[in-house]
Design a protein around this ligand. Structure first.
Ligand code: NA7
Length: 497
């Protein structure tokens, strides 16, 4: 079995398999370290915006968190410790970027090629590439003509000195809101280019005292209790607000407006910082220091549109030119549809890119009709904004593990979700968006596919977890292996080279 990607999702599946005593799998990782998004993103100020007790594996609470919202280096360290503890490292082939996968109908196996032309073969292939991987390069005329350092938050250049420089940050999303307060005190001048203001809520963050952290058993119990309370609060109030009763989001909007009023006394500036869309369509920013940073005398909020970038300056549509030494693009990601970042060719030469031309679609966000023995983590319609993605990841990992157990137990060489099952499932999923917040407001995760939301799960996470609690073999066309006695499909299919 091959798993592509060792970020939070690939690692969750690997650990799940280990715990189920499945040992013959290989993880192909493009980088030279595990961690995915938490490895690639390391800009100053990066902190998780979900509470650590919920943004961690349910089976692996840890006393190591120093704050309620953990900083990036603690999350990355946590993932490494989990990999170590469950003996995952030896399964990982680093520096192995997958270019393509092709299904071999003769052997019912996937042949996987890396960009440096190595080949692997496996019975089951899992894509765990993640969705927020490819930095979005802003399409601003003249960007390539800028002569100073220009980099994205997801590729932060710590070697570029910012102290005493004039810096531009483009974008005011979740990343910008963290990097701006972190660099504002050291730069000479900071121009913040905002296209759409985010809703900003106060962050209920606090340090976890060391006496609490030193009592691992107590921590574990406290974390589980806090996790449970937070889980249900987010599901019932924020989840219901997004999904069914948008009125429930009004208190959140009111709290964000109050936060803005308290932090920004200047009414004109406040007006430019007030969003004109319902809370929840874009990632809500949780921050106590973003708005105060914008009030600093060396920080300027620019709301005029950027029209051009020149060798050493940025031009806006009011005709102003601002000289800058460094540009930081905090412009988010080019969403990877379905979290599959390599070329996939199924039986009959069918290419996944063609199949998904009108938007990614899968069954339970995990299996795709026409592509046997292929599973996805963070696939289409599995993303949630009201709570931790780890909950969805764990549910998917459990489903895939159970699929593999079923394949083993029933000696199945091939499992392929039925196209009628997938179509009916997706009709239901897309139909449910009618009742959600995203039916009337534009969902920032789905800008590219008007009329179809391929990212969000339009339900509660407990519903998704319930739906994926077992592998429903009846939804699949299966082929029993005809291998000679004594030679299991697993052994024949898992030749990894
Ligand atoms: P986001 O939340 O997608 O934010 C990107 C920001 O960049 C947002 O303010 C965009 O404005 C802005 N942007 C994007 N392209 C441009 C151009 N061409 N010109 C000006 N401004 C632009 O990404 P983050 O990295 O902050 O957060 C990523 C996710 O990670 C976040 O949602 C969490 O789920 C975790 P726009 O709103 O499009 O007008």
């Amino acid at each position: 079995m091959l798993i592509v990607g060792v970020g939070l999702s690939g690692l969750a599946l690997a650990i799940r398999l280990k715990r189920a005593r499945v040992d013959d799998f290989v993880l192909l990782e493009a980088g030279d370290e595990l961690g995915g998004t938490w490895r690639d993103n390391h800009y100053p100020g990066l902190v998780c915006d979900i509470e650590s007790c919920l943004y961690s594996y349910s089976f692996e609470p840890t006393p190591r968190w120093t704050r309620r919202f953990a900083p990036q280096r603690e999350i990355l360290e946590y993932l490494k410790v989990c990999a170590e503890k469950h003996d995952i490292q030896r399964h990982i082939r680093f520096n192995s970027r997958v270019a393509a996968a092709r299904f071999d109908e003769r052997t019912s196996t996937w042949e996987v090629m890396t960009t440096d032309h190595r080949r692997f073969r496996a019975r089951v292939l899992v894509s765990a590439c993640g969705g927020l991987v490819q930095p979005n390069t802003p399409d601003i005329p003249g960007l390539e003509r800028f002569e100073g350092p220009l980099f994205h938050t997801a590729r932060f250049r710590h070697d570029v000195p910012l102290r005493g420089k004039t810096v531009a940050v483009i974008g005011t999303g979740a990343s910008a809101a963290q990097v701006i307060p972190a660099i504002a005190p050291i730069v000479r001048k900071l121009h913040v280019f905002q296209r759409t203001p985010p809703w900003v809520l106060p962050k209920p963050d606090r340090a976890i005292p060391s006496w609490k952290r030193s009592r691992a058993r107590v921590v574990s119990l406290l974390q589980r209790a806090e996790r449970c309370a937070l889980y249900w609060r987010k599901e019932l109030f924020v989840g219901t607000g997004f999904l069914l009763v948008q009125r429930l989001l009004k208190p959140l909007e009111a709290s964000a407006r109050k936060h803005l009023e308290q932090r920004v006394p200047n009414a004109a500036l406040r007006a430019r910082l007030t969003p004109k869309y319902a809370i929840g369509c874009k990632r809500v920013v949780l921050s106590n220091d973003y708005l105060p940073a914008l009030l600093r005398t060396n920080v300027e909020l620019v709301t005029d549109r950027i029209t051009e970038i020149r060798a050493g300056s940025i031009i806006t549509d009011d005709g102003s030119e601002r000289a800058v030494d460094v540009i930081i693009a905090a412009t988010g990601f080019d969403w990877t549809d379905g979290s599959v970042s390599f070329d996939v060719t199924g039986p009959g030469g069918r290419n996944l890119r063609d199949v998904w031309r009108d938007g990614a679609e899968a069954y339970l966000g995990t299996a795709i009709a026409g592509f046997p023995n292929l599973f996805l983590l963070l696939g289409p319609n599995t993303w949630v904004g009201h709570t931790s993605m780890v909950l969805m990841i764990e549910a998917q990992a459990r489903y895939i593990q159970r699929a593999i157990e079923t394949m083993r137990a029933r000696n199945l060489a091939r499992v392929e979700v039925r196209s009628d099952v997938q179509a009916a499932y997706n009709r239901r999923v897309q139909g449910r968006f009618k009742h959600t917040l995203w039916a009337t407001e534009r969902d920032s995760w789905c800008r590219k596919k008007p009329g179809k939301n391929t990212a969000r799960w339009p339900g509660y996470t407990f519903e998704y977890r319930w739906r994926t609690r077992r592998f429903d073999a009846a939804a699949y066309d299966v082929v029993v292996d005809d291998a000679p006695a004594g030679q299991s499909w697993w052994e024949r299919g898992s030749v990894v080279g």
